[in-house]
Design a protein around this ligand. Structure first.
Ligand SMILES: [Zn+2]
Length: 118
């Protein structure tokens, strides 16, 4: 999955695409090569994507355990309650909080200046 970026052209228009793409300004036609651009924000976004993937997989494991263990203790009632409680806690509370912190970290990074190729 690409990391979405915005290139603000000298003419004032914005070109949107993914990091690594060659972006053409819709206003004046200048072309910007974004492959290999070392940006603090891009590094933060790439790190956040990896952490998010890990947290999602970990969440599936936690919800699985939080569903199976109550099932053995309390039967089907434990199964459904355990699933609902752990899924809401992890994916409804913990993960959105984690995501907000990741986004704050990305937007705290400096923007990067690149020059038009054409
Ligand atoms: Zn332009």
């Amino acid at each position: 999955m690409g990391i979405p970026i915005v290139v603000r052209c000298e003419c004032g228009s914005e070109a949107r695409g993914n990091a690594g793409d060659e972006l053409t300004c819709p206003g004046c036609g200048r072309t910007y090569e974004t492959a290999g651009v070392g940006s603090e924000q891009l590094r933060a976004a790439a790190n956040a994507a990896v952490r998010h993937k890990i947290m999602t997989r970990l969440g599936i494991g936690v919800v699985g355990l939080g569903t199976i263990l109550p099932f053995f203790w309390l039967g089907y009632a434990g199964f459904f309650v355990g699933f609902a409680v752990t899924a809401v806690c992890w994916f409804g509370v913990l993960l959105p909080r984690f995501k907000r912190r990741s986004i704050a970290r990305i937007t705290a990074g400096d923007t990067t200046r690149i020059d038009a190729v054409r």
